[in-house]
Each structure stands twice: as structure tokens, then as C-alpha cells.
Design a protein around this ligand. Structure first.
Ligand SMILES: [Zn+2]
Length: 445
């Protein structure tokens, strides 16, 4: 990568304000005015590779500090504006917003950029080779606390930069297919003949191979500005033995695209519904990291990026440009029973869902990691012709397995805070929130 191309200009600060987002919020608009307005879009990329060694997130067994950088981490932002409404989609090369970091990171951006809570999708690609985020010195290494504070300012810079670049734009949508991800719930047998589900590979189970692509072109000269994509896999091809910083599959796909399409194009990647999906290939045990690029993640990222480029080339017609509408809600989903408690509040656990539309294109941001079947069900239930699914978005509530997977067990079921039934609630709520975005004039419920 050319590091000079990764540092957008700094923008002056805006007036901070206090916002709360633990509520439903529907943005209201007079569409008779708004639909006459052109859609505008802007994109930015900013490097967020840590300068110091940090602990890497995603594997509890990995305690040591990072030992170098395999490939750089970035934050990418795409902003849309139409008729006074805005939407900002941010993708960061990180695991996710654990240790309660979603709210403070979001608040900083919302205040600085004067965004409504529902106008910001702050999402992570779920690479397991990026810094653990924490603002609490008791929950992480001091270098990680320092990094997270620094990241807070960098994210504001990235969003401001995207908003500052808003220009008339057209968007198009396409869909491809990639075999990079595999269902990871492998059935293994112990020496007594008992079977159980282990983290492995199980190509006979369902996955979601769809590669969702959003193309953003300038409206005046037709130049390509953004290539947003979503794909359902964990970014874990480096595995727990890795101690180098990397964006892994999604990050390397982003980097491939930006090299291929040119540095003026921003290519934010998003993790689709991938709670039960891992990349098929993982680095072999005992791999060496001293010779530059490691084959497996680069191979996986390049294959995914290549499919995005392929889909991009086939998108010709723009889709409807407006209006923009957004909503955010903290759902209360059924929680696993704790037998010792009689507290009614303990029967549910929170899960943040954010939805938005830009014309005929819908976005669903899920604040946790959900099984691929749930993402597919939301796409099918959506009243919109195109519905992008982003996970690790605006929250980090943990796994939401399908109800049918609970009797089988496995890592995701054991660690999930949620009870069977959470999956259908998520699909119902997504359908309901998306349907509300469709009506011509919204009012706050
Ligand atoms: Zn995960």
C-alpha cells in the first residue's frame, strides 16, 4: 500500500452535543420536498494501524503483544445525503466493539458530526488480527487503551472527511457469489461414539455465498468513487497462532480492490451474517510470518475482492436515488435462563438494530454476530428489492444462533447470551422496522 494515499485531510471540529440512542428514532421528512433533491455521496479512508504493539482481539488464548504488521488497518466511511437526511456507513478493520466501546466511539462521532443516532452505522469487519478495543485500563493493556482513544479521534476524522466530500452521486447494486466462507459447525465423534459440534469445517451445512455490492458513481462525470461490499465469513484465516496485525479476509479484499480500482476509490467491506461461517482455508500450523505476505489470507481476500470487482463491472443501471430514512432500536431478546434469579429484567438481553434506506436499497445493521440463516431470512423478509446485512454494527451483543441449533450445542450456542426464539424476533423486528421506512411520511412512534 502507498501510505500517503491512506491519510485523508483533517477537517475542523464541529460543536459537540449530547445524544442518547437507547430508543426508537425515526427520521421525519417532508418527501414532497425531499424527493426533488439529488442524492449526494462522499467516501473516505483513513489508516488506523497501531503504532505500538497491542494485544490482538478474538482469541482468549492469545495473550502476547503484536509482533509487527502484516498489512495495514483502515477505517472507511461512506456518507449519503438527500433532502436534509443523512446516512453514514463506517467499516473499521477490527474485531468489533466489545468492552462497551460502541457507545463512546459512536457518541464522539455523533456529537462532532451532528448526526442523529440512527444515521450512523459503525461496523467492524471482525478481523481477529486487530487491537482489542477498550477504554477501561482494567480490561486491557495500556497500549490498547491509548489506541482506542486515538481511534476515537480518527473515526471522527474519517466521518467528517466523507461528509465533507459529499457530491451528487448515483448508486447501483449487484450480487455475486463466493466460496471463501464455509459453515464451521463440524460434527465430530469422540472415542465413546458420542457426537458433538466443534469449530471446524462443514461444507454440507448452509452458508450464504452472496457477495453484496454497492457501486457509487459521481453523477456528473460518472467516475467510480466507492465499492462497498458485504460477505458472510469470519475474518479468521490467520488463526490464533498469528501475532501480526492484519485485516485478514475482509481487510485484504478491501486492499485488493483499492489497489485494483485505484486509490481514489474507497472499498469498505462489511461482515454479513457469519456467526457460523469461517474462511475455508486457515494458515497451516507452524507457519512462518517473516517473509511478507502470508498465502492463505491473501488468497482468500483476493478471491473475495476479485468477485466484488467482477460484480462491480456488471452493474450498469443506477437504482432509485432517494429518499434516505433511518431508524435505530435497542431490542430486548430472550435471554438464557439463569435458574438462581427471579428478576424479570434478567429474562431479556439487549441487542441494537439499525436500519436505513437509500431509495430502493436497504441496510440492516445488527449489533452482534448472527448465524447465516438469520441474515438470509432478513433479506427474504425485507420489503426492499435490495437489503444489505451488516453485523458487528453499533453494538457487540454476542452470538445469535438459530433456535434449531441449540439442541446440537457448540461454541456459539454455549457462549450466546440469548435463548431460542431470539432468531425469529430479530427477523420479525427487522421486517417491521424496514416496513416502517417504506411509508411515505414517518412519525416518531
Ligand atoms: Zn465471531
Amino acid at each position: 500500500m502507498n501510505p500517503d494515499l491512506m491519510r485523508p485531510r483533517a477537517i475542523m471540529s464541529a460543536v459537540p452535543r449530547v445524544l442518547s440512542c437507547v430508543c426508537v428514532l425515526l427520521v421525519t421528512t417532508d418527501l414532497s420536498f425531499a424527493e426533488d433533491q439529488p442524492l449526494r455521496a462522499g467516501a473516505s479512508r483513513i489508516e488506523i494501524t497501531p503504532a505500538q504493539p497491542v494485544t490482538l482481539a478474538g482469541y482468549a488464548s492469545r495473550k502476547e503483544l503484536s509482533q509487527g504488521v502484516h498489512d495495514p488497518l483502515s477505517a472507511r466511511a461512506v456518507a449519503f445525503s438527500q433532502g436534509g437526511n443523512r446516512l453514514v456507513l463506517v467499516s473499521i478493520d477490527n474485531l468489533g466493539f466489545y468492552n462497551g466501546t460502541a457507545e463512546p466511539l459512536r457518541e464522539e462521532i455523533l456529537n462532532a458530526c451532528r448526526l442523529q443516532p440512527s444515521e450512523l452505522f459503525l461496523c467492524a469487519i471482525h478481523t481477529h488480527s486487530a487491537p482489542t478495543l477498550t477504554l477501561n485500563p482494567e480490561k486491557g493493556h495500556s497500549n490498547n487503551v491509548q489506541y482506542t482513544k486515538w481511534l476515537q479521534a480518527k473515526l471522527v476524522e474519517a466521518v467528517r472527511s466523507a461528509l465533507d466530500r459529499l457530491e451528487p452521486a448515483e448508486i447501483g447494486v449487484g450480487s455475486g457469489s463466493s466460496p471463501v466462507g464455509s459453515n464451521r459447525r463440524e460434527v465430530v465423534q469422540d472415542n465413546t461414539g458420542q457426537t458433538r459440534i466443534a469449530l471446524g469445517r462443514n461444507p454440507s451445512l448452509l452458508t450464504d455465498r452472496e457477495v453484496q455490492v454497492l457501486k457509487i458513481n459521481g453523477a456528473n462525470r460518472g467516475e467510480l468513487r466507492g465499492a462497498l461490499f458485504a460477505y458472510s465469513t469470519h475474518s479468521t484465516s490467520l488463526g490464533p497462532g498469528n501475532s501480526l496485525i492484519s485485516g485478514d479476509v475482509h481487510g485484504l479484499a478491501e486492499q485488493f480492490l483499492e489497489r485494483y480500482l485505484g486509490a481514489s476509490v474507497v472499498a469498505p467491506g462489511f461482515a454479513g451474517a457469519s456467526g457460523d461461517i469461517d474462511p475455508w482455508y486457515r494458515v497451516l500450523p507452524g507457519f512462518k510470518t517473516t517473509h511478507g505476505w502470508i498465502p492463505e489470507p491473501v488468497l482468500m481476500g483476493t478471491l473475495l475482492g476479485q468477485e466484488v470487482a467482477h460484480v462491480l463491472g456488471r452493474i450498469q443501471k443506477p437504482v432509485t436515488n432517494g429518499p434516505i430514512r433511518t431508524a435505530i432500536q435497542t431490542l430486548q431478546l430472550p435471554r438464557k435462563k439463569a435458574p438462581e434469579t427471579t428478576d424479570a429484567a434478567a429474562e431479556t438481553a439487549p441487542f441494537v438494530m439499525t436500519v436505513a434506506r437509500v431509495g430502493d436499497v436497504a441496510f440492516v445493521g445488527l449489533g452482534g454476530e448472527v448465524f447465516n440463516e438469520i441474515g438470509k431470512a432478513i433479506k427474504t423478509a425485507s420489503p426492499f428489492p435490495h437489503t444489505f446485512i451488516f453485523t458487528h454494527c453499533n453494538g457487540a451483543a454476542g452470538y445469535v444462533p438459530t433456535s434449531s441449533s441449540y439442541p446440537e450445542g457448540g461454541y456459539e450456542v454455549q457462549t450466546s447470551p440469548f435463548a431460542p426464539g431470539a432468531d425469529s424476533r430479530l427477523v420479525d423486528e427487522a421486517r417491521r422496522m424496514l416496513a416502517a421506512l417504506q411509508s411515505a411520511k414517518e412519525s416518531s412512534p
